[in-house]
Design a protein around this ligand. Structure first.
Ligand SMILES: [Fe+2]
Length: 386
C-alpha cells in the first residue's frame, strides 16, 4: 500500500515564514507585476486592523486596490461569483487574500472564475481548472486551513448544500506570507477549531494512500509540533513564540496534505458542514477519533508512529492498547482546547444520514483514505455522532 519508490510530485509555493512577514505584501506585489489589486478578506479581519496595515504596505508602492469583504465562514458559491465580478469590473490584475481559510478559499475561487468565466461549481474535482487565475498572495490569519500553501479550495455549493473541493496546482498561491503575529487576534474557539483542523490534516495525510516520503516528514513534524504546543498555546494567544509553534505546525500539515491529500474525516466533515453550515475545524475535531478507530486496522504501523509523535510511549504495547490510548489522547486534546460540543445537541434529523453518507463518499478526500468505506459503514459512523 505504501510504496516508497512510486513516482510522486511535491508542490509548495514560495513562502516567507516569520515575524512581520505580512509587511512584505507591497514589495512582493510589485515583484509579481501587480497594477490594481483585489483584497479579499472578511469584516472580522478588517476590525482587527490587519487590512489597514496591508493597505499601508500597498500604498507605499502606490498600488490601486479594491476591497472585497463579503466572505462568510464556509464561503458560498455566490460570494465567489460576486468577487469575480468585482475583479473583472474593476479591471484588477492581482489578488491578495488576508484572513482565514474562508477568505483564502474564496480568493482562489475568484481567481478561477475571473479567468475562466464559468460558475465556480463547474470546477469541482481534481485538475478541472484549465486557465490559471491571476497572481495571488495569501496572508493567513489562522493556523489551520493552510490554504496559503495548498492545492485546495473548498466552496459551499448552496444549491446542493454540499461543500465542493477544487484541487488544482493552479490554486497554489504565488507567495504566502506566513506571520505568527496575525494569530494574536484569533478568539480562543477559532484558535481551537483551526488547530484541530491542522492536526487532522497531518494525521490524514500521514495515513493517506497518496503519501510520499516527503509528505510523511512534514506530517509527522506537524503532529509532534501541534500536540506538544496546542494546550499551552491556546491558553496564551498573545504569546508570539507559541503562536509560531502553532503556525509552523499548520504549515507542515499544509505541505503534507496539499500533496498527500486527506481522508474520510474531511470527506465526512465537508458533507456535514455543507449541509448544516457548521465550523469546519469543529466537525473534524469531533469526527477524528471515530475515523482513527475505523482506519486503525488498515494502517497499524502508521497509527503507531502517529501515537509516538503525539508523545505516547507505547512501542511495547499491543495494537489494541495503542488504538485506545491514541483515541483517548485525541479526545483529551479536543476537550482540552474547549471543543466539548457534539452534534447530538443539534437534534439533526437522522433521516438525513443516508444523504450525508452519499455526499461523503463522493468527496475527493475519500479517495485517499487508507481504505474505501462502504456506505453502511459511513452511515454507522454518522449514526454514532449525530
Ligand atoms: Fe481541513
Amino acid at each position: 500500500m505504501y510504496d516508497e519508490l512510486e513516482l510522486k510530485k511535491f508542490v509548495v509555493p514560495e513562502f516567507i515564514y516569520g515575524k512581520d512577514a505580512r509587511l512584505l505584501a507591497g514589495r512582493y506585489a510589485k515583484n509579481l507585476g501587480a497594477r490594481k489589486i483585489l483584497i479579499v478578506t472578511d469584516p472580522g479581519i478588517i476590525k482587527a486592523g490587519w487590512v489597514d496595515e496591508l493597505i499601508d504596505s500597498l500604498e507605499a508602492f502606490k498600488f490601486k486596490y479594491v476591497i472585497f469583504k463579503d466572505v462568510s465562514p464556509n464561503p458560498r458559491d455566490f460570494e465567489v461569483m460576486a468577487g469575480a465580478e468585482v475583479f473583472n469590473k474593476e479591471k484588477c490584475n492581482f489578488i491578495i487574500s488576508i484572513g482565514g481559510g474562508s477568505s483564502m478559499d474564496c480568493a482562489k475561487g475568484i481567481g478561477i472564475v475571473a479567468a475562466n468565466f464559468r460558475n465556480i461549481v463547474d470546477f469541482e474535482g481534481v485538475d478541472k481548472v484549465t486557465i490559471p487565475g491571476p497572481p495571488l498572495i495569501c496572508i493567513p490569519t489562522t493556523s489551520g486551513s493552510s490554504a496559503d500553501v495548498s492545492q485546495f479550495s473548498i466552496v459551499l455549493n448552496t444549491q446542493k448544500k454540499v461543500k465542493i473541493a477544487i484541487v488544482s496546482k493552479t490554486v497554489v498561491p504565488d507567495i504566502a506570507l506566513i506571520d505568527p503575529v496575525t494569530l494574536t487576534t484569533m478568539n480562543s474557539y477559532l484558535a481551537a477549531c483551526t488547530a484541530m483542523d491542522a492536526m487532522t490534516h497531518a494525521i490524514e495525510a500521514y495515513v493517506s494512500n497518496a503519501q510520499s516520503p516527503i509528505s510523511d516528514l512534514h506530517a509527522i513534524e506537524a503532529i509532534s509540533l501541534i500536540s506538544e504546543n496546542i494546550l499551552n498555546a491556546l491558553s496564551n494567544l498573545d504569546n508570539i513564540e507559541l503562536m509560531g509553534k502553532l503556525m509552523l505546525g499548520s504549515l507542515h500539515a499544509g505541505m503534507a496534505f496539499s500533496n498527500a491529500s486527506l481522508g474520510a474525516v474531511h470527506a465526512m466533515a465537508h458533507s456535514l458542514g455543507g449541509m448544516l453550515d457548521l465550523p469546519h475545524g469543529e466537525c473534524n475535531a469531533i469526527l477524528l477519533k471515530y475515523l482513527v478507530n475505523y482506519n486503525f486496522k488498515y494502517s497499524e504501523e502508521r497509527f503507531r508512529n502517529i501515537s509516538s509523535a503525539m508523545g505516547l510511549n507505547l512501542s511495547r504495547e499491543s495494537n489494541e492498547y495503542v488504538l485506545k490510548s491514541l483515541t483517548e489522547k485525541i479526545e483529551l486534546l479536543r476537550f482540552g482546547v474547549g471543543i466539548s460540543s457534539n452534534f447530538k445537541s443539534l437534534n439533526i434529523d437522522r433521516n438525513r444520514i443516508p444523504i450525508l453518507a452519499e455526499n461523503a463518499l463522493k468527496d475527493v478526500c475519500m479517495i485517499t483514505n487508507p481504505v474505501m468505506p462502504i456506505k453502511d459503514e459511513i452511515e454507522e459512523i454518522y449514526g454514532q455522532v449525530i
